[in-house]
Write a protein that binds this ligand. Structure first.
Ligand code: AMP
Ligand code: MN
Ligand code: MN
Ligand code: MN
Length: 283
């Protein structure tokens, strides 16, 4: 069993990179990737933990992009986390995120919600502020009853205070990841556009943009959805990646590896990825 989509306290998860590595090892995972949103900051500590665990630790990242006017997430896996060009590129996203966060605060204030950036920062474990932290803060402030309501009514796509910052083009995301030696994967396509989207043709467009794989195994898929994405990956000869999207305490009920209980991502996915990477290097 493997898990190639998780978050640490360096983005909007609550576990440290070391805790994630130990947890994966204790569960007997064959491979585990750390894929924080728009940051490489947790990877040095995560990769340093390799000396004390048997689980193969895979460097990763999750990049928010825009595709047909909607938010699409792209995962990078197996790239060189020390690649200086990738580091510079990711740093530009940190700036975009900060600008987005300030606009989000302004929107909320214009709706009469007195949230301040300092309040969100006080609640976040690292300097990266995500909507996950905004949602928690809005609940603490009484502006929403639950994080889910905060997304639906205020800060989620379609909410009154929604501000997009994911203006990265998927082709650009794929190029960044490839140039650092990694694989580009379409994250949770089943969640795209609220889950109501016919993928067959659109996925070929993303494949042409450089996507090597798609997340065919994911915490929120039912059996038929998983089957659909496995078949789609097979038809397009894309890698059927998979992950729990574990966020620690920020997504209660969601476990590393097993997701909501029934997730099982086979080791064969890892083998396929390693073969893919090997083929890329000329003999
Ligand atoms: P950000 O990267 O700051 O734009 O925040 C994106 C994160 O917010 C996602 O990865 C989710 O963890 C969370 N999020 C956004 N919208 C929703 C939603 N409708 N329901 C649950 N979580 C959401
Ligand atoms: Mn998240
Ligand atoms: Mn995502
Ligand atoms: Mn994620």
């Amino acid at each position: 069993m493997i898990d190639l989509h998780t978050h640490s306290c360096f983005s909007d998860g609550t576990d440290t990179p070391e805790a994630l590595a130990s947890l994966g090892d204790a569960m007997g995972l064959r491979a585990l990737a750390l894929t924080d949103h728009e940051t490489l900051a947790g990877l040095p500590r995560f990769m340093a933990a390799q000396s004390s665990v048997k689980t193969l630790l895979v460097p990763g990242i999750e990049l928010g992009c825009r595709f047909v006017g909607r938010e699409l997430h792209v995962l990078g896996l197996f790239f060189d986390p020390d690649d200086p060009t990738l580091q510079t590129r990711v740093e530009t996203l940190r700036v975009r995120r900060n600008v987005r966060n300030e606009a989000l605060i302004a929107r909320l204030q214009s709706l009469g919600i007195p949230l301040r950036l300092e309040d969100v920062q006080a609640l976040a474990p690292s300097e990266l502020l995500s909507r996950t932290h905004f949602a928690r803060c809005l609940v603490n402030l009484g502006a929403a009853a639950t994080p889910s309501e905060a997304y639906d009514r205020l800060i989620g796509e379609g909410g009154a205070a929604f501000v997009p910052f994911e203006d990265l083009h998927p082709a650009e995301a794929a190029r960044w990841i490839h140039e650092a030696g990694g694989l580009a994967i379409v994250a949770h396509p089943g969640r795209f556009a609220g889950g109501n989207f016919i993928w067959d043709e659109a996925m070929t467009v993303l494949q042409d943009m450089g996507m090597d794989g798609l997340e065919a195994y994911y915490c929120d898929y039912g059996p038929s959805e998983q089957r659909y994405f496995l078949d789609l990956a097979a038809a397009l000869r894309m890698i059927p990646s998979g992950g729990s999207d574990y966020h620690g305490d920020y997504k209660p009920g969601l476990q590393l590896g097993t997701g909501r209980g029934s997730l099982r991502i086979p080791d064969s996915v890892l083998e396929t990825m390693l073969e893919h990477l090997e083929r890329r290097i000329p003999a």
